[in-house]
Structures are given as C-alpha cells and as structure tokens.
Unconditional design. Structure first.
Length: 196
C-alpha cells in the first residue's frame, strides 16, 4: 500500500508543478465557465478526464498501444486551444450552460486520452519492465492526479467567484477574457510545433 501513496504523491506533484502548465491551463479552461453550484457537473468532467488518461496509461504501460510522443506534443496544446475557443464561442453565442453537456463530457474523456499519452511519457521511466505489479502504481498516480485536479478546479472556482464578486467584470466577460488569454498563450506553441 505504501507504493500506492508513493505514486499518489508523484501524480499530485506532477499536476501541481507550475512548469507543466499545459495541464493547469486545460483544467482552468474546463472549469472557468462553471460556478460552485455546478460542482457536481465539474467533478464529473474532471473524473471523466482522469478516466481517459488512466485508460491511456494502462494501454501504454502494459504495451497494448504504442504511443507517438511527437504527436502528443502537438495534440495537448490543441486540446487546450479547442476548449478555450469553445468557451469563447459559447459565451459569444449566449448558449445556455446545459446545451451540449453530453458533447462536453465525451470531448473531455477523449481529451483525457490525449493527456494520458503525455502522462505515460512521464511515468514510464518509473515503471520499468522489472516492475511486476504495475496496477498499484497506476492507481496511485491516477489518484494523485485526480486529487490535484480537484484542488485546481476549486482554485479556479474561488478565483472566478472573487472576480465576479469584487470587480465589475461579469461572469461572461471573465470567461471570455480568461479563455482569450489562454488561447493567446497556447497559439505560439501550436504555430511553432514541427507538425507544420
């Protein structure tokens, strides 16, 4: 069981590490349109995201799927850009929050698969072939990632609440501003990638 907590700590620290800001940006874009009253929906989305990257970790670690890391370096920022643009489009068209919940859930799961490829690249160093029991480290890592993600969405919700409560910025404008900012941060990563 100590192995579980060892990898839990690795997963927690990996997500909360500011140098790996791509995961933080995706979670911020996922959370920013929601408020505390939507916490169940948001936790469900984050759990689907965790399920997606855990499935990809299992496929990679057990050698079921051969992962292309060059593609991942392009796809991860693309998931952030798509989510930011979706937020902007949704606010600009004044769509109601409940429109497209199934679409958001499925997309979040698929984006979790993509981010899982990036996690695999990180964790495979620790899970060498002589590691007989890979399941416990994988579960620990996934649990740590999930805990870190919940911490991040709570921070985003608190920040959104503070902005809405103590500034003149409306919720709609806050979502537009943060989404446009994140899109601006990610755009150079996409343009400079060797994919082009």
């Amino acid at each position: 069981m100590s192995e579980f907590w060892f990898y839990f700590d690795i997963g927690l620290r990996h997500v909360l590490d500011l140098s790996g800001y791509d995961h933080l940006l995706f979670l911020a874009m996922l959370a920013v349109p929601y408020t505390f009253k939507d916490w169940k929906t948001l936790v469900l989305l984050v759990t689907l995201f965790t399920l997606g990257h855990t499935m990809m970790l299992v496929l990679g670690v057990y050698g079921i799927l051969n992962l292309n890391f060059e593609a991942v370096e392009f796809l991860i920022p693309l998931t952030i850009m798509v989510t930011a643009l979706y937020n902007i489009f949704k606010q600009a068209t004044k769509a109601t929050k409940n429109n497209g919940n199934s679409f958001i859930a499925i997309t979040t799961l698929l984006f979790g698969l993509i981010h899982g490829m990036g996690f695999y690249n990180f964790i495979k160093i620790d899970l060498t072939p002589q590691h007989e029991d890979k399941l416990m480290p994988l579960l620990g890592f996934a649990g740590g990632v999930e805990a870190a993600q919940i911490i991040i969405i709570i921070i985003v919700l608190l920040l959104s609440f503070g902005v809405e409560r103590f500034t003149r910025l409306s919720r709609r404008d806050w979502v537009l501003v943060t989404s446009a900012f994140v899109a601006g941060v990610v755009l150079p990563l996409l343009i400079s990638h060797k994919f082009w």
